[in-house]
Write a protein that binds this ligand. Structure first.
Ligand SMILES: CCCC/C=C\CC(=O)SCCNC(=O)CCNC(=O)[C@H](O)C(C)(C)COP(=O)(O)OP(=O)(O)OC[C@H]1O[C@@H](n2cnc3c(N)ncnc32)[C@H](O)[C@@H]1OP(=O)(O)O
Length: 302
């Protein structure tokens, strides 16, 4: 990895993220225009990737202030950087964490699913699906270092990891709170939760839109370990060190055996899932609910 070189990601690809993904897969780069990305950190504007001091480990830090909402850009950069890590065979494990104080991720960016047109909803949902599929089926060992609030899509992202370490701060909460917004978590969100905490606990958590404080999240199995806030990342790294002792091929095949049936559920009907999302989110009643929720969030300060 070069230490100082700067590469440029083409502006057109930022505007058309799927073109950019394809271009990235082909190793295509444009020499002029676009966004500067330092290969020193391997990352991009909203997703920093730094090699950890332990060999084979990287830390992926989300930096999309103020709340790390999962905008189209963040989702795209996440997938691109994950792909780069997977292609670079020196990396075996990644810690996912946040640069936004007190917030891991606020979940889906509500401005992406509110007041836009059907084509945008379809493009956005495809990006959400892609994020989930890539993380959920990743051959890398993924550990979430949850250093703040972790609702909805943020929780989903952490649930794709192999292990979750959360800051033991009662101000933070984690869960799939979609029903509180008047929306319904899709079947693959539900499946991911069921695979983590079981059917009965998921049924209750999903219907009530529960956001669990850390102690309850640990009890229900939504996170694996609580530590003081300043030890979240170091603990995640030491967990990874333990997982690294397992031979990769055996662990990867096992992970795939456990997760593939769930991922196949979406892979078999991606287009149908996009259509369902677009028609659901475009309903007037749903748009009204989302607008009211956003307005409440914005009023909090006033
Ligand atoms: C079929 C549909 C399926 C959909 C599936 C998935 C659902 C989702 O993921 S929807 C998103 C659900 N997310 C939430 O409910 C979290 C909402 N946010 C919060 O609870 C708080 O913001 C949070 C605890 C994360 C942080 O609190 P604070 O530190 O107090 O920050 P503020 O609340 O003041 O927020 C700052 C700023 O950010 C805007 N914001 C917050 N969340 C989002 C979001 N998810 N998307 C877009 N924007 C968000 C908030 O409105 C504030 O904006 P300004 O007022 O303009 O500064």
């Amino acid at each position: 990895m070069a230490l100082t070189a700067v590469v440029r990601i083409p502006t057109r690809a930022l505007l058309r993220p799927w073109a950019r993904l394809r271009d990235s897969a082909l190793g295509w780069m444009e020499p002029v225009g676009g966004v500067e990305v330092s290969t020193q950190r391997f990352g991009s504007q909203r997703v920093l990737v730094e090699p950890a001091s332990a060999a084979g480990v990287a830390v992926m830090t989300f930096k999309n202030p103020p709340v790390n909402s999962l905008s189209l850009e963040l989702l795209t950069e996440l997938v691109i950087n994950l792909e780069k890590l997977e292609n670079d065979k020196t990396f075996r494990g990644v810690v996912l964490t946040s640069d936004c104080p007190g917030i891991f991720s606020a979940g889906l960016d509500l401005t992406e699913i509110c007041g836009r047109n059907p084509a945008h909803y379809a493009e956005y949902w495809k990006a959400v699906q892609e994020m989930w599929l890539r993380l959920y089926l990743s051959n890398l060992m993924l550990v979430a270092a949850i250093n703040g609030a972790c609702p909805a899509g943020g929780c989903l992202m952490s649930l794709t990891c192999d292990y979750r370490v959360m800051a033991d701060n009662p101000k933070y909460a984690i869960g799939l709170n979609e029903t509180l917004l008047g929306i319904v978590a899709p079947f693959w969100f539900k499946d991911t939760l069921v695979n983590t905490i079981g059917h009965r606990a998921s049924e209750r958590a999903l219907q009530l839109g529960l956001l669990f404080p850390p102690t309850e999240a640990l009890q229900v199995g939504m996170v694996d370990r609580l530590v003081p806030e300043d030890q979240v990342q170091s603990t995640a790294l030491s967990v990874l060190a333990q997982w690294m002792a397992i031979p990769d091929h055996a662990r990867q095949l096992t992970k795939n055996m456990m997760r593939k049936p769930t991922a196949d559920g979406l892979l078999k009907k991606r287009d149908e899932d996009i259509q369902n999302f677009v028609s659901f989110i475009s309903r007037d009643s749903i748009q009204k609910s989302l607008q009211m929720y956003l307005a409440k969030l914005r009023q909090k300060k006033g």
